[in-house]
Design a protein around this ligand. Structure first.
Ligand SMILES: [Zn+2]
Length: 311
């Protein structure tokens, strides 16, 4: 057994907690003593890193015998440094996070992107457990992904591998993606935000606009046929994209998590139907599994990253 201080740093909050992993992999991870503070992203990267280091130092003092620190962070992460970040966190690009935390704590630090942390958690201790090659897909405000092979993330030549929200699908053509393109990416029509976008694009003028994907889910749950149709279209398109992704990667399992994935059977049925159409005969049998760790996945995955940094 080894316990790690773990951090999940996003655009709105910095979540921390202690995670104990069973080295033999038998017992489930224990996540405890969660504490969150606002990221206060507009204060900028230097300020965030200063406050993060103080928070981590404070938390490390709370607990004896920690084996390391694990962090999953928003932004593209390479060698413990943020090499690219959206405007959501100004000045986060270039921050040498892992080095700073190692100096502050004197402990080994493992750092990955937050979506990769989620995937590591699910692959090692969640729905992907026992599968050697896992494609992890998170469908929430945006769509993120991670490829985990033999327990390690595959990050690619530019540390961006796994960005499954930014693969092509015709349903997204003409809809602005968070990456800027109008060419037709899957994220702007299949994320939670994308569900609302698609609803507002497809609706008759007489129908009121919705503000969020949850609005669409709520309407569908109340029996609204048009909202149900929008969810089916959106999820089917994502399923087709996942079919293409498994044809390329041929994983043992696909783990699908996030708020939209929690929206119920109609979404999953359409996802599976699109997947069956998009996948080849041999990849069609790859299981699409709902995530098992929920909100704990990024912290569990950060602990895995820490354990891998320890060696
Ligand atoms: Zn994109």
């Amino acid at each position: 057994m080894a316990t790690y201080l773990t951090v999940d740093l996003g655009g709105t909050k910095i979540a921390t907690g202690f995670v104990t992993l069973d080295d033999a992999g038998q017992a489930a991870p224990v996540v405890e003593d969660l504490r969150s503070v606002p990221t206060e992203a507009p204060r900028g990267g230097d300020d965030i890193l200063r406050r993060l280091a103080a928070l981590v130092a404070d938390r490390v003092r709370d607990r004896d015998g920690l084996a390391g620190v694990g962090i999953g962070s928003a932004g593209v992460v390479a060698d413990g440094t943020i090499i690219s970040s959206t405007d959501l966190i100004p000045g986060w690009t270039g921050q040498r996070v892992a080095e700073t935390l190692a100096e502050t704590t004197g402990l080994p630090v493992g750092m990955v992107n937050d979506v990769v942390a989620h995937g590591l958690g699910e692959a090692h201790h969640g729905a992907g457990r026992g599968h050697a090659r896992v494609l992890s897909v998170g469908v929430g405000t945006g769509i993120g992904g991670a490829i985990i092979v033999d327990g390690r993330p595959v990050t690619g030549a530019h540390a961006v591998a796994g960005h499954i929200g930014h693969i092509a699908h015709g349903l997204g053509r003409g809809v602005r993606c968070s990456c800027g393109t109008l060419a037709g990416h899957i994220e702007p029509v299949a994320s939670g935000t994308g569900l609302a976008t698609l609803y507002n694009l497809m609706k008759d003028d007489a129908v009121a606009e919705v503000a969020s994907g949850k609005d669409v889910s709520d309407l569908a749950a109340a029996g609204d046929a048009f909202a149900t149709e929008v969810i089916a279209r959106s999820a089917r398109a994502l399923g087709e994209a996942l079919g293409g992704a498994v044809n390329l990667l041929d994983p043992d399992a696909v783990v699908v998590s996030g708020s939209v994935a929690g929206s119920g059977a109609p979404w999953w049925d359409a996802l599976r139907a699109g997947f069956a159409d998009g996948a080849m005969a041999l990849t069609r049998t790859i299981p699409l599994l709902p995530g098992a760790l929920g909100g704990a996945a990024p912290l569990v995955g950060a602990a895995v990253a820490a354990a891998q940094a320890v060696g």
